[in-house]
Design a protein around this ligand. Structure first.
Ligand code: MEV
Length: 427
């Protein structure tokens, strides 16, 4: 079996041909292939959340061409925005010319917080907590034997003091917990609640909030890429000019918050799409990413792009990435299960690294287009397809309507409706 994720013309294949290619790649059973097409059933949805009245679907596409740490990946992506999947696949193809993406990550260490109020003696309380570290870890470790068996569990305790004029001095306890392949929200919240009574007796204070922190600064992943100027496809000189444009685009996002937010939004286009496809909590990832972008006290670009000495483009992205491959919707959502099988990741850490590589690629796709011909040209032909659909074009009409919309220069739903009516009248 050909295990290269470099699949030329994937976008030109029919849906059935694409499913077949992905099924061959990942060894999907006929049932799993059916799940790809069908998605979440109403009865399953009713078990996932409350007050269900339906299932809201989004397109599930495949990012192709990814080479990460020498391994090929097909990337399931859930996103409503046209051109995200095409653009990221295109950059992944270019990145292969420089050897693909190199990634790394920390151990999956999360933080749970306990807020202690009305502590009579802060210094003494902090010392008492530090001295009771092993006992606190033992309490926290009573609940998830599987995580512990796999080498995870509560690992450490840290104390912080926060002054507040309205509620007085707060003692904040951080429980550091290795969640292994789980995102770990449940394990963390259980552990935080479990140690709270002991913290109260140690400090004489009152425990209020007991909850994980989604700012998972200890659980980070990073990705690097190096792309030679020739990969930009239009000769060395043009390639170098594009690279300088990309570096200047990044400088803009480093210096200006208005640009940085849009720049980082482009990164999250790719990241959220994979996070969603795998049934993970994209709000948690988003919240952490933006806080991380402001970690130096000013919100800035999450990526770094520079021209290396040999004239290549070098990019780097690092951010907190709390993802799971077991538990929650990663297992209960049938498509998420299949998406994880397609990805073939063997750990939550590997998933986090793949996701960050996708974010880096997505950012490059955006700023490369912006620094060159602008994004509207590519965007508009894809946008035209969406408008054609919205205007009521049938599957066999969409491409022709979109093409005529682009030619007309009037990419509006009303124009699409006129074109459809005219085409039907002629046929
Ligand atoms: C659109 O969804 C994302 C971009 O605006 C990102 C960027 O400007 O870098 C194209």
């Amino acid at each position: 079996m050909n295990r290269s994720s470099r699949i030329p013309g994937f976008y030109k294949k029919s849906i059935e041909e694409r499913v077949k290619a992905v099924a061959d790649w990942a060894g999907l059973s006929p049932e799993e292939q059916a799940i790809l097409r069908q998605g979440l059933g109403l009865a399953q949805a009713d078990k996932m959340i409350e007050n269900v009245v339906g299932v809201f679907s989004l397109p599930l596409g495949i990012g192709v061409n990814f080479l990460i740490n020498g391994r090929d990946y097909l990337i399931p992506m859930v996103v409503e925005e046209p051109s995200v999947v095409a653009a990221v696949s295109n950059v992944a193809r270019m990145a292969r010319e420089g050897g693909g993406f190199q990634t790394g990550s920390t151990e999956p260490l999360m933080i749970a917080q306990v807020q202690l109020l009305d502590v009579p003696d802060i210094e003494k309380a902090a010392e008492a907590i530090r001295s009771a570290r092993d006992e606190l870890l033992a309490i926290a470790n009573q609940f998830h034997p599987t995580i512990q068996r796999l080498g995870g569990g509560a690992k450490d305790v840290a104390v912080r003091v926060i002054e507040d004029t309205s509620v007085g001095t707060m003692l904040i306890v951080h429980l550091i917990y290795d969640t292994r392949d789980a995102m770990g929200a449940n394990a963390l919240n259980t552990a935080a609640e479990a140690i709270a009574p002991k913290l109260e007796s140690l400090t004489g204070g009152r425990a209020l909030l007991r909850i994980l922190s989604n700012y998972s600064t200890l659980r980070r992943a990073w990705a690097r890429v190096r792309i030679p100027p020739s990969a930009f496809g239009e000769g060395e000189t043009k390639g170098k000019a594009v690279i300088r444009g990309i570096v200047a685009a990044n400088a803009f996002a480093e210096a200006d918050v208005y640009r940085a937010v849009t720049h980082n939004k482009g990164i999250m286009n790719g990241i959220d799409a994979v996070v969603m496809a795998t049934g993970n909590d994209w709000r948690a990832v988003e919240a952490a990413a933006h806080a991380y972008a402001a970690k130096d006290g000013r919100y800035r670009s999450l990526t770094e792009w520079r021209e290396s000495e040999d004239g290549s483009l070098e990019g780097y992205l690092e951010l907190p990435m709390a993802l799971g491959i077991v538990g929650g919707a990663t297992r209960s959502h049938p498509q998420a299960r299949v998406a994880l099988k397609i990805l073939g990741v063997r750990s939550a850490q590997e998933l986090a690294e793949v996701v960050v590589a996708v974010g880096l690629a997505q950012n490059l796709a955006a700023i490369r287009a912006l620094a060159d011909e602008g994004i509207q040209k590519g965007h508009m032909s894809l946008h035209a397809r969406q408008l054609a659909l919205a205007a009521g074009a049938r599957d066999d009409e969409v491409d022709a309507v979109a093409e005529r919309l682009v030619q007309s220069g009037q990419i509006r739903e009303e124009t699409a409706r006129e074109i459809i009516a005219e085409m039907r009248a002629r046929n």
